[in-house]
Design a protein around this ligand. Structure first.
Ligand code: PHE
Length: 455
């Protein structure tokens, strides 16, 4: 079996893992989910879910990967054998692959929108536009399937070129440059929004919860978002954990990853919502929120051409380090399974992801009134993209996380757990983690599934 590379330092693992976690989920999806789900109450549940569910799941994923040093399917199978559990558990890995393909498929389309905006912003063509013109511009882009598919293709190719170069030469080098740049740019934009737009309005909206807004759908959405944002439930973090040297402290690394990821999501809220409120825009605009709100603001601010281009570059970097993390797990598995070069594997994966992505591309134009499951109330008026997004967030991800915590909490040998978490194995933190993995996370996820069926 192939021997995988190791991260050259703990910091590169952290950058890569944070790079996988921090993505469009934080900067594009989090703000519109907050907007769609009534603001601060959603944020509060999201924060609780990060601490009590998503971070314990993250620790579980990293430790499985690190212990086996194999791709997700083979890691679970190896540990199941060692712990005397069924080999069926390895299907967790395939489930995750399917989900990651689906995520990559729409992720690359949204990243394509971002790429399409860069030349628009850089050439100053948004300057002086009003709200109607800005929305019109976005609608024109969405109406053009060829343009969308082309930008999506470019994004997939760039991801592929980085992953082809391997863990040390490709992924590490990319994240070492992209992540620090991204953080700097984000800090700059938070300060900029705070100084120039409606910071107080955003503060109230994000941090002053109105509990009457809490419905099962909002809670389900917030927990799903916490898992999505931390990239857990599919084995993405397990794959990165497999390249982790044995002496790295897993709980500490997981805390750093989840803290950074949450901070970026909240920071993104503090960049977007001040602008939304200062311009009287609708926070529940949906997936177009950042495109419309930000373009309006960049089109009308001094040096907006420069700042706008910079911000969309930031989004591209965030998306790129995530898409790398979406395909690497499948690449690692294929390397173990077949005797073909990494280049060929990456090429095939990218091609398939691009093809599936066309379903999302068409959902915004020629298939915009194709409702495949329209006969069910829950899916009425859901385009193929809405369906993919729904299945990934509300079904595949919670199911994946549930399988994982049952495997780690109930099936995996306690010796392996204590060995991998040696830094905390004699402390209350270990007990707390195990309690969450065994009881809290599974119970909450099952309850939500049941509620989800009835609401
Ligand atoms: N966490 C990523 C984001 O927020 C999305 C992701 C989910 C990546 C699951 C990998 C696995 O953009």
């Amino acid at each position: 079996m192939v021997k995988h590379a190791n991260w050259s330092a703990r910091s590169t693992f952290l950058l890569a893992a944070i790079g996988s976690a921090v993505g469009l989920g934080n900067i594009w999806k989090f703000p519109y989910m907050v907007g769609d789900n009534g603001g601060a109450a959603f944020v509060l549940i999201y924060l609780i879910a990060v601490v009590v569910i998503a971070t314990p799941v993250l620790i579980s994923e990293i430790l499985v990967g690190r212990h086996a040093q194999l791709s997700t399917v083979n890691a679970v199978s190896f540990i199941a054998r060692k712990s005397g559990a069924s080999q069926y558990w390895r299907y967790f890995g395939y489930w995750g692959f399917l989900a990651m393909f689906l995520i990559m498929s729409f992720y690359s389309v949204i990243a394509g929108w971002i790429l399409a905006y860069i030349p628009k912003l850089a050439t100053g063509s948004l300057e002086g536009m009003n709200a109607t013109q800005v929305s019109g511009l976005f609608d024109t882009l969405l109406a053009n399937p060829v343009e969308l598919a082309a930008w999506q293709g470019i994004f997939v190719i760039v991801t592929g070129l980085i992953v082809m170069r391997g863990v040390n030469d490709g992924i590490e080098k990319a994240v070492t440059v992209l992540m620090p740049t991204l953080f700097l740019m984000l800090i700059f934009f938070v300060v900029y929004s705070a100084v120039t737009a409606d910071f107080i309005g955003a503060f109230r909206y994000l941090l002053n919860p109105d509990f009457s807004k809490l419905t099962p759908t909002v809670i389900l959405g917030a927990i799903g978002q916490a898992l999505f944002s931390l990239s857990v439930g599919f084995g993405a973090m397990m794959a990165y954990g497999a390249y982790l040297p044995k002496d790295v402290n897993i709980p500490r690394s997981a805390l750093i990853i989840s803290f950074s990821d949450t901070l970026v999501a909240i920071a993104a809220g503090f960049v977007i919502f001040p602008i939304v409120f200062a311009n009287g825009l609708d926070p529940s605009e949906g997936p177009g929120l950042i495109f419309v709100s930000l373009s309006l603001s960049f089109g009308n601010m001094p040096a907006g051409t420069f700042f706008g281009t910079l911000f969309f570059l930031l989004l591209t970097f965030a998306a790129l380090t995530t898409s790398i993390g979406l395909i690497e797990p499948v690449v690692a598995w294929a390397e173990e399974k077949w005797d073909v070069t990494r280049k060929i594997i990456v090429f095939v994966i990218c091609l398939v992801a691009w093809l599936i992505g066309l379903a999302t591309v068409f959902s915004f134009n020629i298939w915009s009134d194709v409702y495949l499951l329209g006969q069910f109330v829950t899916f009425a008026e859901k385009t193929p993209f809405d369906l993919i997004d729904y299945f990934v967030t509300y079904i595949m991800q919670p199911a994946g996380a549930l399988l994982l915590v049952i495997f780690v909490g109930w099936k995996m040998s306690g010796d392996i757990l204590r060995k991998e978490l040696v830094s905390i194995s004699n402390t209350m933190l270990y007990t707390g983690w195990l309690f969450s993995v065994r009881f809290i996370a599974p119970l909450i996820i099952v309850t939500l599934f049941i509620l989800g069926i009835f609401y």
